[in-house]
Design a protein around this ligand. Structure first.
Ligand SMILES: [Zn+2]
Length: 200
């Protein structure tokens, strides 16, 4: 369950010198406040979402929402509203999300680099995750490396989802049968994304 909604945080209050309270007719007793609303998910502020306000008479405690304010108070409220900016912390979620996206891009680039390095210099024990001819996913285990070729043992199982490879990547699933691949073929399989991940 995702808990989300919006909250309002106080920005600034000012006491009007001229406003007359519509309830008790006192002049200069009205305090006008501006709040910045923000959307939150699991109580983490995501981003600011408009402003709202209230006014309260210090004399009779009469409180009004923006809609209920007489023109004079509403004008003062609007001026105050233009003057204030949302709190920086109300952007926390947005900053966090941008950071996660940047981190995701960075780590996927690092992973590409790592894969390329491993494909270029295979080692016995490397596991290649690849797409099978039937559109499923399986793995190959490197059992021998020579100057210009390698020998791999195919996994005897295949699986529907890429993310499920770990379920079939077990020593007992690699049988006796093996075949050779030239390093050129290996690189081609990688550049065509038939092999899409190398684990070492
Ligand atoms: Zn009043």
């Amino acid at each position: 369950m995702i808990i989300y909604g919006w909250k309002a945080a106080h920005l600034r209050s000012t006491q009007s010198k001229t406003a007359v309270c519509p309830s008790c007719k006192t002049q200069g007793s009205t305090i006008i406040s501006v709040f910045s609303r923000h959307v939150h998910i699991f109580w983490i502020p995501l981003f600011p979402y408009g402003k709202t306000g209230t006014s309260q008479c210090q004399h009779c405690q009469h409180t009004m929402k923006v809609k209920q304010m007489p023109e004079e108070i509403k004008r003062e409220y609007k001026n105050l509203k233009m003057d204030v900016k949302p709190h920086i912390w109300q952007f926390s979620g947005l900053v966090l999300i941008s950071f996660l996206i940047a981190w995701g891009i960075y780590s996927s680039k690092e992973n590409d680099k790592k894969n390329l390095e491993y494909i270029g210099a295979p080692k016995v024990g490397d596991i290649y995750e690849y797409k099978t001819e039937s559109g499923y996913y399986s793995s190959l285990k490197v059992v021998n490396v020579s100057t210009d070729s390698i020998r791999v043992v195919p996994n005897e199982y295949e699986i529907e989802k890429k993310t499920g490879i770990y379920k079939i990547d077990k020593p007992e699933n690699y049988g006796e049968f093996s075949y050779g691949l030239s390093k050129q073929e290996l690189i081609e399989m990688f550049t065509s994304e038939e092999i899409y991940e190398v684990n070492r």
